[in-house]
Design a protein around this ligand. Structure first.
Ligand SMILES: [Zn+2]
Length: 614
């Protein structure tokens, strides 16, 4: 019995060992013979690896208008081993119209294995990239018959239906060594999104490259696909993207900002969909395509008016009187005022902040919004942050101040929208008590010290996107959906509720409606539509005041919220209000009846340094 048992085990163990040995032999055979053969051939002159580039995804506006598509483009590639040994370089330079220095520099770049890691003298290397059809038409035949080693490779470049939305769409450029190291998808000579949506959605838009492995005979002629194409792969086209943008609205916004520095942001309040996101100065996106890209990019980056900055997302301004709308909501929530609270106003004689308007006194909340009464909002702010007194070491005051700050920030102000697809936003700033402690010492500041905040000056800083979103939040009576540009994102509900009770919003909406009926917006009302808005005229150190406006319409069931900033242009009512009104008219009625007004906005120049890049 015992012997039998061991005998049986002996065979089991032998069996296992044999199986393991066979497995190893197979694996070794595979590695040594199959893979090695393949790898050896890959580096030899018998095989040519040719990348098949994927067409990049297309970009559409919210109504299905094609905005960005692909045009054919070409690279000149060179296989060093196949080049003529007897010269011909001078003639090559002449034929493709480049100078000798360029040729020498480019060749040494190609052969430098430190920067061109994938270099092999047997595989095609990119010599010149991003040539257009018109550049290449003459060259194809010349290269084929006179310059062995050189060949033309097909690619695509971006093309645009409209000369608009450059900052939103972004651009494509050649990948850097850094890109290649970070993501092994990329190889030298690949293109990738550098900024804007092209950058944010790079992984969706780029698709997947394919590869073709070709076999060459001993004379260097390509005789067909290696292993009958068994190892080839087809490229996969990138995913198309439909934007929330309305291109007609975007064009109107950009046209009105011509000759001015500023931005216009329009949002659909119910969805957070961005309808227009314009920044001026701007440029025709086609200027950053192809071989002219780096030259034009340099011109744009050297322009002192900073066209490359997307002001809608990156510029930070004092919101001025547009901020009174948010102040009113927060003062109501923190029970510093009621809808019936009145304060006296002595007009220009008021202290510590004078009123810039003439109106009756005392003034109610709705009238204060309508008349943009500074003293009212100073007193409301003071009562809000001093409501709990000062306490020991100003502790109670600072806690209440931070409560005010939390409420304000819940409107999307003073922080980035981290869950958005918007490229490179600035934070803006709603200063914390801790910051003021640092500036003035723990007990060195009071309401009076920071009184400018009450009227949206002082340290409060917002971006045009943020204040447009605050307008959408008031339109929604208390919440916003993260503003975004990809329509597919609208399926995700990123709802943010403010810290202000929804019942308080109707008073502020009513006040903003009065602005259009009786206040600073009254000359820019669209007949038949109940519109809500608030102007802002913001003093600054660079000349005339910035002209600001926020608004939404219609009052019942709002379809659009808008913010407009025009730098150093003058009163909010003169520039930003009519522009916002025209944006609302175009969006709500699909046409513009006030053509004269539109014409005046489009042709007026408030900054003669703004160039047109077309
Ligand atoms: Zn007043």
């Amino acid at each position: 019995m015992i012997n039998d048992k061991y005998y049986y085990r002996h065979w089991v163990i032998m069996g296992i060992i044999t199986a393991v040995v066979i497995l190893y032999v197979c694996r070794l055979f595979y590695l040594q013979i199959i893979e090695d053969k393949y790898r050896r051939q890959a580096d030899s002159n018998a095989l040519v690896h040719r990348t098949k580039y994927a067409p990049r995804g297309l970009i559409y506006d919210r109504h299905g208008q094609l905005l960005v598509f692909n045009q054919p483009a070409y690279d000149i590639v060179v296989t060093i081993n196949e080049m003529s040994k007897t010269g011909g370089c001078a003639r090559f330079c002449r034929d493709i119209n480049i100078d000798w220095e360029y040729y020498v520099d480019r060749m040494s770049e190609i052969k430098n294995v430190n920067t061109n890691r994938g270099y092999s003298r047997y595989t095609p290397q990119i010599f010149m990239t991003q040539l257009r059809m018109e550049d290449i038409a003459q060259l194809q035949e010349v290269i084929h018959s006179n310059h062995p080693g050189f060949a033309i490779q097909h690619r695509t470049l971006r093309d645009y239906t409209y000369p608009n939305a450059a900052q939103v769409l972004g651009s494509i450029g050649e990948v850097s060594q850094n890109d290649i190291e970070k993501d092994d998808y990329y190889a030298r000579g690949d293109y990738a999104g550098r900024d804007g949506l092209e950058y944010t959605y790079e992984k969706d838009l780029r698709g997947e490259k394919g590869e073709e492995i070709l076999l060459r005979n001993s004379r260097g002629r390509i005789v067909g696909n290696y292993a009958e194409g068994k190892y080839d792969s087809e490229p996969k086209a990138g995913t198309d993207i439909t934007l929330t943008l309305d291109i007609q609205l975007q064009i109107l916004a950009e046209n009105m900002l011509q000759g001015k520095i500023g931005s216009i942001v329009a949002i659909e309040p119910a969805t957070g969909e961005i309808l227009a996101l314009a920044s001026s100065p701007t440029w025709d996106p086609a200027l950053l395509v192809g071989r002219q890209r780096s030259k034009n990019y340099n011109i744009l980056s050297n322009d002192p008016t900073k066209p490359l900055m997307n002001r809608a997302l990156q510029a930070q301004y004092s919101p001025g009187s547009t901020f009174k709308t948010v102040q009113a909501c927060v003062a109501l929530q923190l029970e510093a005022i009621t809808p019936n609270t009145t304060y006296p106003c002595s007009g220009p004689g008021s202290a510590p902040i004078k009123c810039t308007h003439h109106h009756g006194s005392p003034v109610s909340l709705l009238n204060a919004i309508e008349q943009s009464c500074n003293p009212y909002f100073w007193l409301a702010y003071k009562n809000t942050i001093e409501k709990k007194g000062y306490g020991k070491n100003n502790k109670d005051f600072k806690a209440q101040y931070n409560r005010w700050r939390d409420c304000v920030m819940s409107f999307g102000l003073g922080h980035k929208f981290d869950d958005s697809d918007l490229y490179q936003q600035s934070r803006g700033s709603i200063p914390s008590a801790e910051l003021y402690d640092k500036w003035y010492g723990a007990t060195g500041w009071k309401a009076i010290t920071i009184r400018s905040n009450s009227i949206g000056q002082g340290e409060v800083q917002i971006t045009p996107l943020q204040i447009a979103n605050a307008a959408a939040t008031i339109a929604n009576a208390g919440y916003y959906i993260t503003p975004h540009l990809n329509k597919a994102d609208s399926m995700l509900t990123r709802r943010h509720d403010t810290k202000v009770d929804k019942n308080y919003f109707r008073y502020v909406q009513e006040g903003m409606w009065r602005v259009f009926e009786y206040g600073t917006g009254r000359h820019h009302k669209i007949p038949g539509i109940n519109m809500c808005g608030k102007t802002g005229t913001v003093d600054n150190n660079h000349g005339r005041p910035h002209s600001l406006f926020i608004g939404f319409a219609p009052k019942e069931n709002p379809k659009i919220a808008v913010a407009v900033v025009v730098e150093n242009a003058g009163y909010g009512a003169t520039w930003a209000a009519p522009m916002a009104s025209l944006i609302m008219e175009q969006y709500l009625t699909d046409t513009i009846a006030r053509q004269d007004l539109k014409q005046r906005m489009v042709t007026s120049v408030t900054n003669p340094n703004v160039k047109k890049y077309q």
